[in-house]
Write a protein that binds this ligand. Sequence first.
Ligand code: ADP
Ligand code: ZN
Length: 523
Amino acid sequence: MTMIFLYGPPGSGKSTIGRLLAEALNRPFWDADAVIEAQAGMPIPQIFAQQGEAGFRAREAAAIAELLTQGDGVLALGGGALLNEAVRRQVEAAGSVVCLQAAPAVLLPRLANGDGERPLLAADLATKLPQLLAQRAAHYASFPLQIDASAAPDAVVYDIQVKLGLFHVRGMGDGYDVLVQPGGLAQLGQILRARQLRGPIALVSDENVAAYYLEKATAALQAADYVVQPVVIPPGETHKTMQTVAVLWEAFLQAGLERSSTVVALGGGVVGDLAGFAAATYLRGLPWVGVPTSLLAMVDSSLGGKTGADLPQGKNLVGAFHSPRLVLADPDVLATLPPAELRNGLGEVVKHGIIADPALFALCAEGWTAVSGNWPELVSRAMAVKIAIIQADPYEGGVRASLNLGHTIGHAVELVSGFRLRHGEAVAVGTVAEAQLAEQMGLAEAGVVAKITAVLRGLELPTEIPPALDWDAVIRAVNVDKKRKNGRVKFALPIRIGEVRVGIDVPDWPHLIQTQSIQNADI
Ligand code: ADP
Ligand code: ZN
């Protein structure tokens, strides 16, 4: 694992943001200035007074060099720490530098309340700060990872995690890291080593995914000295059965897996659910790692710790909560995912944008070319939404229901279509229908339906309940679901792009949707 450095001008929030980021990522935090003061036994202005800027910079370089040996964590640097080329090289080799930036108008008031510990600005802040910023503008701009630090601290921390593609899920039991890392598959071995995961490793995949990536994943694990046993199962939901789980148990036995060994699931949602469930149950539970390779698995099923298999009577009837030790999404593998599978995942991605991330929705609105040219950001943003919701509600009592947007009607449509509509397509249809409900009830901002419809169409997702579909059967399917949920259908409905409300009763919902589609048909 690597260090994360927070850098940027005075007042950009390096210490505040750094502390919050470290907490969110469950890593240690250091403040370079505080370490320097402790080592010098005096406050920074005094170091400047006695030893000049040169003296301070020497102490700073020494303190940073020492902190670099600490391994993994978040380190807030002083605003000029990387002006020294040698220090900069050391720091950039040890991890990622996040450069926080904000306009003087934002920084000035923050510094005005400061405690006088900024010797380079001490007197006459209003003239000196813009001068200092101008002097260092090119320097700050030269760091690849730029973050707008003018927003509220929580929003800045969220933004940093999205840009780094690094999250920590605290949910149930031990937390786990989630990484979105282009090219990460080739680093799989060292990433697992850094988390003290042990071999032998059962590397579970399906035939399609294995053809593309099994060799690469195996080599990456072997390069980190793991003993690897590949286990390849047939692809597709029809194999998400207890028979396949038994095949996995048998393979684990053959591979000599022990309680401390690791199962790696390399594949889509089916592989993740099955391998996770086999890991949850074999020897009463082995550590496992998710390496989702389908878009749907990345943004949805790999997060939340649900594992399981289908029964002939229905989907996901058997399962267990068993959090992975790590989820590694490498967006590069989406290059081989068939377009239909990409669309399947995009249904959920758009949903996540509607729930909580207008920037993600805007990216989706740019259409297919923009989306397929920007998988890392899209995947990171979509995963971030689900992670934030899981964190806020690990036991599915409240806001987690927001993830059901589009699913009350979507699931029924999927079922009644005999699964001819893929899950993501059915969710797209369901999202539009539910947005219609919200708009008709006056809950949603006017125009939400039109916006959502346009974005989904741009991504070649369906937005209307297919005319051939038996609408009464859809209503019945929703009601069957209702019985399972104590007699009430509670909708999660969009209010505007970026906000949903959960637990909404809509007594006459079938009528509201039918009215709308009849109106559409008239036009
Ligand atoms: P899900 O959509 O829930 O992830 P699957 O696990 O069945 O469901 O994955 C969908 C299909 O895509 C499967 O046929 C699987 O083998 C295939 N697949 C998954 N990831 C990739 C990939 N990166 N490249 C090519 N095919 C893939
Ligand atoms: Zn879904």
